[in-house]
Design a protein around this ligand. Structure first.
Ligand SMILES: Cc1cc2nc3c(=O)[nH]c(=O)nc-3n(C[C@H](O)[C@H](O)[C@H](O)COP(=O)(O)O)c2cc1C
Length: 196
């Protein structure tokens, strides 16, 4: 059913009172970060589609402070990324079909004046869009920070003001969704104010 502002569908209040992972959209409920991938190939059109999903994410003032460096195992640029992975991520990320280095533009070209105070926030949202588009294509994603940030930054040498944030491994998952937990729902409302 289409959502309309101010419209409350019959039964939706009950739904709101019964938070439950199973009631989420399957693309959200089914997403998880696998620790193993089936080696397979992702074509150019799919890479473009994933980036297209990121492209249409909202951002503060439509500043779009994001950048992506996608590499696949058969590409010459692949080695420039994988040689900087930490051993903990290399064990599974090397089986991914695609690795995407994500970058946020925090500062203007002088590297000092802020470009957007929401750069990291907006990049995260663009990545969220990308992960759900991947899920819709039966591709799993595992974002990670387990790489040598300093050496990867030297290697890719982004323009001043750009910061490498994460890498996203993409591919068909080779392990089942692990048991994972989350903070209870009330915690989301109270955490910023509860005692330290
Ligand atoms: C910014 C970011 C950095 C992460 N870094 C790592 C990492 O270095 N190694 C790793 O195994 N997982 C990493 N993860 C994956 C998280 O551990 C994972 O998303 C979390 O445990 C929840 O599990 P789920 O994605 O399966 O729901 C990272 C996730 C995000 C969003």
């Amino acid at each position: 059913m289409r959502y309309r502002r101010g419209h409350i569908a019959p039964g939706s209040l009950v739904a709101l009172k019964m938070p439950d992972r199973d009631r989420l959209h399957p693309l959200l409920a089914g997403r998880f970060s696998p620790r193993a991938f089936h080696p397979s190939e992702i074509d150019d059109a799919t890479v473009d589609l994933l980036l297209e999903a990121a492209r249409w994410a909202p951002s503060a003032g439509n500043s779009q402070p994001w950048g992506f460096f996608p590499v696949r195992p058969h590409e010459t640029e692949y080695d420039r990324v994988v040689r900087h992975l930490a051993p903990s991520s290399a064990t599974w990320a090397l089986d991914a079909s695609l690795l995407i280095v994500t970058l946020a533009r925090r500062f203007l070209d002088d590297g000092v004046l802020p470009y957007s105070e929401f750069a990291d926030y907006d990049l995260g949202q663009a990545v969220a869009h990308l992960t759900i588009q991947a899920q819709a294509l039966d591709l799993a994603t595992h974002q990670f920070r387990a790489f040598d940030l300093e050496s990867l930054t030297k290697e890719l040498d982004p323009n001043p003001g750009w910061t490498i944030m994460s890498i996203i491994a993409v591919g068909p998952p080779a392990d089942p969704c692990p048991a994972t937990t989350r903070n209870p729902l009330p915690h989301l409302r109270t955490a910023p104010w509860t005692a330290r």
